[in-house]
Design a protein around this ligand. Structure first.
Ligand code: PGA
Length: 255
């Protein structure tokens, strides 16, 4: 089962646009179901304020959030808790996206707490990791991926939580929103490295259950290549805001 996640980021600017994009995608997914079995799970992650307006009861078509806080409730101005998201019908939550690391100074330690909180309320965390261009040039990619994985999963490991609901998204920062997607060979090197790290972190569990996605300038022309080299799915930003392009990607993954 492949996992295709749409990260709408801070888009679109009105509820009516969000509804029409969502309904368009939903309609096309229902059409695909009616013809053949969908071999993917589709997740739409809109801005928080649209979540309650975009409910889905369509099979394998889920809602996700783009972040959550680590506490269930309390005096935390501006925050949204995983419990609230779960009660709204969310199944997934993106955590540690590079834009949050960069603009909001999120650290691996904060992300680690969010992952534990998400799992507690049965939200599937999508942990984003990836190196910047600078780090890649300095040949620090392996070090960055290893550190992000180890530190972000530290609490999951020490609390001995199940890993079967965990999703990792490899998103090289330099490939996000640039049109400059990571070559399939380079992406595959990172995929293999991440798999090895997960085996080191979870020697006794079965880390093969953890889905690993690719993200960064995915479009209908390159999407299938990442699946062909072994990624379990995709995290899609820009291309998920154009319903036709997004549906094309889903079709290609199906074929
Ligand atoms: P992009 O964004 O597809 O626009 O590069 C991906 C992401 O940031 O998750």
């Amino acid at each position: 089962m492949k996992l295709i996640v749409a990260n709408w980021k801070c888009n679109p600017s009105t509820l009516s646009e969000a509804k029409s994009l969502f309904n368009e995608v939903k309609k096309r997914i229902e059409e695909i179901y009616s013809k053949k079995n969908l071999n993917s799970e589709i997740v739409i992650c809109p801005p928080f304020i649209y979540l309650s307006e975009l409910q889905s009861s369509t099979y394998r078509f889920y809602l996700g959030a783009q972040d959550c806080f680590w506490e269930e409730k309390g005096a935390f101005t501006g925050e949204i808790s995983p419990l609230m998201l779960r009660k709204l019908g969310c199944h997934y939550v993106i955590l540690g996206h590079s834009e949050r690391r960069r603009y909001l100074k999120e650290t691996n330690q904060m992300i680690a707490k969010k992952i534990v909180a998400a799992l507690k309320f049965r939200l599937r965390p999508i942990l984003c990791i990836g190196e910047t261009l600078e780090e890649r040039k300095q040949e620090k990619t392996a070090y960055i991926l290893k550190t992000q994985l180890r530190e972000s999963l530290e609490l999951v490991i020490s609390y001995k939580l199940s890993v079967s609901n965990l999703v990792i998204a490899y998103e090289p920062v330099w490939a996000i929103g640039t049109g400059n997607n990571c070559s399939v060979d380079e992406a595959m090197t990172s995929l293999m490295f991440i798999k090895r790290q997960l085996l080191n972190l979870y020697p006794k569990k079965n880390p093969n259950k953890i889905k690993i996605l690719y993200g960064g300038s995915v479009n209908s022309k390159n999407a299938k290549e990442y699946i062909n080299v072994g990624f379990d799915g995709l995290l899609i930003g820009g291309a998920s805001l154009k319903s036709r392009e997004f549906i094309k990607i889903i079709h290609f993954i199906q074929s």
